[in-house]
Write a protein that binds this ligand. Structure first.
Ligand code: TNX
Length: 529
């Protein structure tokens, strides 16, 4: 008897143990990141790719050929060819000639635009590689530029280095790629208000982002802690508001000339710079610079903390609107972008009615100067806001925007905020929207948050309350921006985490050559460490 019951409880024990082990195994394998090895490091993933056999080898006697559908295109192609030549020279040591002539089946790289593709989108391109050479063709120079980034990623990783490598065969596999983006808006935002970043820092980020086909740079140019763009009509904004930042450092601002320099540099890389002035909240820097913006006519103290939501413009005072119009007038002249971002977030001390009224008037002022307004949610709750305003959706369900058929930029904090930590170990950033490890930055789709027809694209914002230098900027942006670049560009049905991580792991070697201080998640970047 005793023996039998012992046996029984032994068996019971075994079953419980097996169930327990199985549970642990399932839990572990669910959390384990699976990586499928990749052949090419292409990010974002192109729409179609057909591999051939053999390769083209770029040699000292190769050339670059450019031919546009008109003279203007030929000269723009010549400019991007010049940048390509400079890039190739650093690592190959070759000093290529650039010829403005047909380059089909000639030894080298042939860049061209054609009117036969006119009906296609500006960014759509074809890239062909055979034994003789490479050809990139598009309806627009912009598409050729996107194709060049693909070409760079097909070359040996050393091509991104800045010293000459002697013994490398500069080969490109024979293949054909046909590619175009899913969304027209694929952005990154840098908050230069909480901490200021120099023209050189911003240019570097532009250059790096363009490698991944990002096409918008949104600059958050004003907040409680700083005003960062010179406004000729109101020099106090930068003389006073430009001289602070979080923690009380020296701050800084862009002169109008410097701002134009950034725009030009970005445009040469087919990135549109979108200026934002955050209003009616997040305005302490303006309130500290100009007395007439204050109810009591007295300038506020400079603010260098990190609280949000306390400051406000007077929403029923005409002096506010003439000030807002001054800003919009000057900026619309300076900035070639289609858009002006007017903020609209966290105006916690303003009544819903006043807030709605402000967003209505300000959105229409933007339109008066020929621009399309962008505003953060909850600007869509305003009854008066122009329906052409694009809502940047970071927090709410944007249900008003959706019912009014307003376009959306998806920037959900829990998915897209580059200032969220990767994990508990991350030293910079914050956690209010949770941790965003690489997996979470990739495994989602914009249509989780709205219907495809309303979505203009994706943007990843980097808020800089505690991001103070280049190395921290790099660390928070890279490699997560590659996820957003791919989500914005590539076909939803062809994306999978496992496959992406294989390509990302190869990108680690490239980011190393590019001297990016990226977050080297050791589960993904074994080889590069
Ligand atoms: C919310 S996102 C803000 C910013 C902060 C950020 C910090 C948004 C429109 N407003 O003012 O910098 O959180 O993550």
């Amino acid at each position: 008897m005793v023996k039998i019951s012992r046996n029984k409880s032994f068996r019971k024990g075994c079953i419980i143990l097996i169930i327990l082990l199985l549970g642990i195994y399932i839990a572990l394998s669910f959390n384990r990141i699976k990586i499928k090895e990749a052949k090419y490091p292409l990010v974002p993933l192109p729409l179609k790719m057909e591999e051939g056999s053999g390769e083209f080898v770029l040699k000292e006697n190769s050339n670059i050929y450019v031919l546009g559908k008109d003279l203007e295109d030929t000269s723009s192609l010549y400019n991007i060819a010049n940048n390509l030549k400079a890039l190739l020279k650093k690592s190959t040591g070759f000093d290529f000639n650039i010829y403005k002539e047909e380059g089909r089946d000639k030894n080298g790289i042939y860049l061209r635009t054609t009117s036969e593709m006119d009906k296609l989108s500006r960014e759509e391109y074809n890239l062909k590689v055979n034994e003789v050479g490479v050809e990139i063709v598009s309806s627009d120079v912009e598409g050729v530029f996107r194709g060049i980034q693909t070409l760079r990623q097909l070359m040996p990783k050393e091509i991104e280095g800045d010293t000459v490598f002697e013994n490398i065969k500069w080969k490109i596999p024979n293949l054909e790629i046909y590619d175009k983006p899913r969304y027209e808006y694929r952005g990154i935002m840098i908050d230069v208000a909480r901490h200021f970043f120099s023209v050189e820092e911003i240019k570097r980020q532009i250059e790096l982002a363009s490698y991944y086909k990002i096409n918008k740079l949104h600059l958050h140019l004003s907040d409680d802690q700083g005003w960062r763009l010179e406004i000729k009509k109101w020099p106090e904004l930068t003389e006073i508001g430009g001289k602070t930042q979080v923690g009380g450092g020296k701050g800084g601002y862009y002169t109008q000339e410097e701002f134009i320099e950034i725009i030009k540099y970005a445009n040469e890389r087919y990135i549109e710079v979108i200026p934002e002035f955050d209003m009616p909240g997040h305005t302490n820097a303006a309130l500290a610079s100009l007395d007439f913006l204050n109810k009591d006519g007295i300038k506020k103290e400079a603010y260098t903390g990190v609280e949000v939501g306390f400051s406000a413009l007077m929403c029923r005072d005409e002096r506010t609107y003439s000030f807002v119009e001054d800003i919009i007038r000057e900026v619309s002249k300076l900035s070639p972008s289609k858009y002006i971002h007017i903020g609209g977030d966290e105006a916690h001390t303003i009544s819903k009615e006043d807030y709605g009224y402000f967003m209505g008037r300000t959105s229409k002022l933007v339109e008066k100067y020929g621009k399309v307004p962008i505003a953060w949610d909850p600007a869509d709750i305003s009854n008066d806001i122009s329906n052409n305003t694009v809502i940047q959706n970071w927090k709410s369900t944007a249900s008003n925007a959706k019912s009014k058929n307003m376009k959306l930029i998806i920037s959900k904090a829990e998915r897209c905020y580059l200032d969220m930590k990767y994990s508990q170990e991350t030293v910079f950033g914050s956690t209010w929207a949770g941790y965003i490890p690489i997996r979470n930055s990739y495994e989602w789709d914009p249509t989780d948050y709205g219907s495809e027809d309303l979505i203009l694209g994706v943007e990843a914002p980097l808020w800089t309350e505690n991001i103070t230098n280049r190395s921290a900027l790099d660390y928070m942006i890279y490699p997560r921006i590659l996820s957003y670049a791919e989500i914005g560009w590539s076909d939803k049905n062809r994306r999978s985490l496992e496959e992406y991580l294989g390509r990302l792991s190869l990108q680690g070697e490239r980011m190393k050559e590019l001297k990016i201080n990226y977050y080297k998640d050791e589960k993904i970047f074994k080889a590069a460490n």
